[in-house]
Design a binder for this molecule. Structure first.
Ligand SMILES: Nc1ncnc2c1ncn2[C@@H]1O[C@H](COP(=O)(O)OP(=O)(O)OP(=O)(O)O)[C@@H](O)[C@H]1O
Ligand SMILES: O=C(CO)[C@H](O)[C@H](O)COP(=O)(O)O
Length: 398
């Protein structure tokens, strides 16, 4: 029988928190040979207003999740870094406000295990949803957890790292909306829907140009993942509150380069604390070519549209941007025609885009819509905190 021993967290060597704990936090170690951590934790007491807001970001590998996360954390200010003093191959990024955890850390089978069983990482059988649910719920309830680490360098499962409840927890990866229990914990969810043609072009850019993979191996890897992607990853988009859909342009006939993109921001109606962005007039159907005196466009130009639609049987608003911007500073012209942006000052979207002009997608709708969704998440967070504060005050009065 395993005997449990109590240690204070300050004595641990992994994932040393960047700041000392303000609350007493105790971990229970199991004294088995492997010295793995059992899953018992003491609750860190926090007020209702401080409870963690949980955001889910789903996409296939290589579809821009990390880039989106960099844009999102930048909206909150401060740099996002891996846990200080922890595993150098940690997938976690922590900033003052946000903690981003990668759901690859809940792979239950390592690279060899998947190979032996003949399953991909996209297959639910290769992932531990019970633990994912248990830990996301614990964090949401104000309890720190020892989250496993999937090491992408070695392909092994490394010893766990300590994750404290942040203000905003982002769970990003293949399956944030797959398991109903985890899905129900999300305060807001996003799906990055990258069409096969564009995914292929991005994979070639990264894996061929930057990582030296051959064209054949990239094709083979995409083909091998496709059945599981279609079965387990893609269906999650029906649950997302916002979907960023990336398609080949319609401005160049038969374009197969995948450089000019048509991007659609699909925003669910009726989501608490989320008011969809609109162009010119809320609820109308608009088609707009902004190129001209105030927006420089070279071939093939830019076409934007907006209007109501349905998506998986639900009412949505869709904002679309096809083409690319020549001059980012002129984006202020487009920004000034959009409403419900949740900016804190005039031009904040343009400022964010200029700040990260070196990120992929900064000259088109991918960067623009990721930035807008980042601002909407900040607004959602602030509204949730404000409503909790109001509820606490009401309760105190009663
Ligand atoms: N908006 C974009 N426009 C053009 N290329 C992009 C865009 N977003 C991502 N890419 C390309 O895709 C690659 C992967 O992007 P990123 O690292 O953000 O994706 P990811 O989903 O986090 O990937 P992974 O899960 O494999 O770590 C980038 O190196 C870049 O080549
Ligand atoms: O789909 C993925 C999500 O990032 C990866 O392929 C999965 O996590 C397995 O990683 P690796 O290929 O490093 O073993």
């Amino acid at each position: 029988m395993a005997v449990s021993t109590v240690y204070t967290v300050q004595s641990l060597n992994f994932s040393t928190p960047s700041k000392p704990f303000s609350q007493k936090h105790i971990l229970f170690f199991s004294t088995t040979k492997k010295a793995t951590l059992t899953r018992s934790y003491k609750q860190i007491s926090c007020s209702a207003e401080d409870k963690t807001v949980v955001i889910g970001l789903a996409a296939d590998s290589g579809c821009g999740k990390s880039t989106f996360m960099r844009r999102l954390t930048s909206v909150f200010g401060g740099a996002a870094e891996p846990p200080r003093g922890g595993n150098p191959d940690s997938n976690t990024l922590i900033s003052d406000t946000t903690t981003v955890i990668c759901l690859d850390d809940y792979h239950s089978l390592d690279r060899t295990g998947r190979k032996e069983k003949g399953v991909t990482a996209l297959d639910p059988k290769a992932n531990d949803f019970d633990l994912m649910y248990e830990q996301v719920k614990a964090l949401k309830d104000g309890t720190a957890v020892d989250k496993p680490i999937y090491n992408h360098v070695s392909g092994l499962l490394d010893p766990p790292e300590l994750i404290k409840p942040p203000k905003i927890l982002v769970i990003e990866g293949l399956h944030p909306m797959y398991d109903e229990r985890v899905r129900d914990l999300l305060d807001f969810s996003i799906y990055l829907d990258i069409s096969n043609e564009v995914k292929f072009a991005w994979k070639i850019q990264r894996d061929m140009a930057e990582r030296g993979h051959s064209l054949e191996s990239i094709k083979a890897s995409i083909e091998a993942r496709k059945p599981d992607f279609d079965a387990y990853i893609d269906p999650q988009k029906q649950y997302a509150d916002a979907v960023i859909e990336v398609l080949p342009t319609q401005l160049i006939p038969d374009d197969n380069e995948g450089k000019v993109l048509r991007v659609r921001l699909i925003m669910k109606e009726g989501v608490k604390f989320f008011n969809p962005v609109y162009l010119f007039d809320e609820g109308s159907t608009i088609s707009w070519i902004p190129c001209g005196r105030k927006l420089t466009c070279s071939y093939p130009g830019i076409k934007s549209s907006y209007g109501p639609d349905t998506y998986y049987g639900q009412e949505v608003s869709v904002l679309e941007m096809d083409g690319q911007f020549d001059r980012l500073d002129e984006l202020i012209y487009v920004e000034s025609h959009l409403s419900n942006l949740s900016t804190k000052f005039y031009g904040e979207v343009t400022q964010q885009m200029l700040k990260h002009s070196d990120f992929p997608g900064s000259n088109n709708g991918t960067g623009l819509f990721q930035t807008i969704v980042g601002l909407k998440i900040r607004d959602l967070y602030e509204q949730i905190v404000a409503s909790r504060t109001a509820a606490t005050l009401e309760a105190a009065k009663a």
